[in-house]
Design a protein around this ligand. Structure first.
Ligand code: 5GP
Ligand code: MG
Length: 178
């Protein structure tokens, strides 16, 4: 197995600051904004993004999370189905601009499931998608991210390992080639 580092801790930090700035630029302070992370690592990234935005302009943005599990025999196969386990969103999302956050965008199926879950939960004015890594060209649905930390070219058998200090004790993004 080959491991190719693509971002170190400082790189992730720099990327998050850029994404926070892009989010700030696109949304006025009058627009009600909420940030919702998708299960483990998207949730940590969502909190970091909200913290970074607060550091930059003092704006406090509520964060929530959605837990989605991918059911599949082999997650590199086409056709696995994401199932929403739970949502922890302690505020109404009606008429809000929701920024969904995930660590990696691959086929788009998880985002699709997240959009369904949001629809069940309320009626946002708008939903945008922010991801740390976009596995370029791998989409199986017409879903794209509005904010991309980094595009990474992968084939199906490869895996982008996103390590975050909250869960993994360090910050790094590494491409694993079997
Ligand atoms: P999708 O549903 O777009 O195929 O895959 C996105 C979901 O699966 C995300 O929640 C993401 O965490 C996970 N995922 C897909 N591919 C990768 C990958 O290469 N690395 C990591 N860490 N997660 C991935
Ligand atoms: Mg995930």
């Amino acid at each position: 197995e080959k491991r190719t580092p693509v971002l170190d801790g400082q790189g992730i930090n720099t990327v998050l600051i850029r994404l926070a700035r892009e989010i700030i630029q696109r949304h006025t302070n009058l627009e009600p904004l909420v940030i919702i992370g998708v299960h483990t690592r998207g949730v940590h990234l969502a909190r970091r993004l909200a913290d970074t935005i607060a550091e930059i302009n003092g704006r406090a943005i509520p964060t929530g999370d959605i837990d989605i599990t991918l059911y599949r025999d082999d997650w590199t196969k086409i056709g696995y189905s994401p199932v929403v386990q739970s949502t922890q969103i302690g505020f109404p999302i009606d008429d809000k601009t929701v920024i969904l956050v995930d660590d990696v965008l691959f086929t788009g199926r998880t985002t699709r499931a997240a959009l369904d879950a949001l629809t069940d939960f309320g009626r946002p004015a708008k939903v945008e998608l922010a991801v740390l890594v976009d596995r370029e060209g791998m989409r199986e649905l017409p879903i794209q991210a509005d904010y991309v930390g980094m595009f990474v070219k992968t084939d199906k058998a490869e895996m982008v390992n996103v390590l975050l200090s909250e869960t993994d004790g360090e910050d790094a993004v590494v491409v694993n080639t079997p």
